[in-house]
Design a protein around this ligand. Structure first.
Ligand code: MN
Length: 129
């Protein structure tokens, strides 16, 4: 799938790109929030991976901006963040994120978690617990 990766840290961007491309995904990189919002409208990604700690415009603001684009209302947005604070996940969901992956990136599980993000919008329906 075509994945827009919004991440300002070069090392994280490199690792995520390497792991996802190895599994056949196409990566469109963005290094800032405004660039990510602009690119999302242009490339129409299947999924957006969104770093929360971004300079200037944080990931929550980016998610809110993405959701305002009519063509991007339904694209899954998976937040990637090292914040482990209570309420962070809720804040991400409120901003329009559909999934959540914690940093540091675990090379063993990262791609599976990203691919699961594609179906996260339906996760509620599958959750029978
Ligand atoms: Mn960052």
């Amino acid at each position: 799938m075509k994945i827009l990766l919004i991440e300002d840290n070069e090392q994280n961007r490199y690792l995520a790109t390497f792991l996802l491309e190895k599994r056949g995904h196409q990566i469109v990189p963005a290094t800032s929030g405004p660039e990510g919002v602009k690119l999302a409208a242009q490339v129409r990604p299947d999924l957006i991976l969104l770093d929360i700690q971004l300079p200037g415009m944080d990931g929550y603001a980016v998610a809110e901006a993405l959701r305002k684009e009519p063509g991007l209302r339904d694209v899954p947005i998976v937040a990637v963040t090292s914040y482990a604070m209570v309420g962070d996940r809720e804040r991400g969901l409120a901003a329009g994120c559909t999934g959540y992956i914690e940093k540091p990136i675990d090379p063993e599980t990262f791609v599976d978690e990203v691919e699961r993000g594609l179906y996260s919008r339906d996760a509620g329906a599958e959750d029978t617990s």
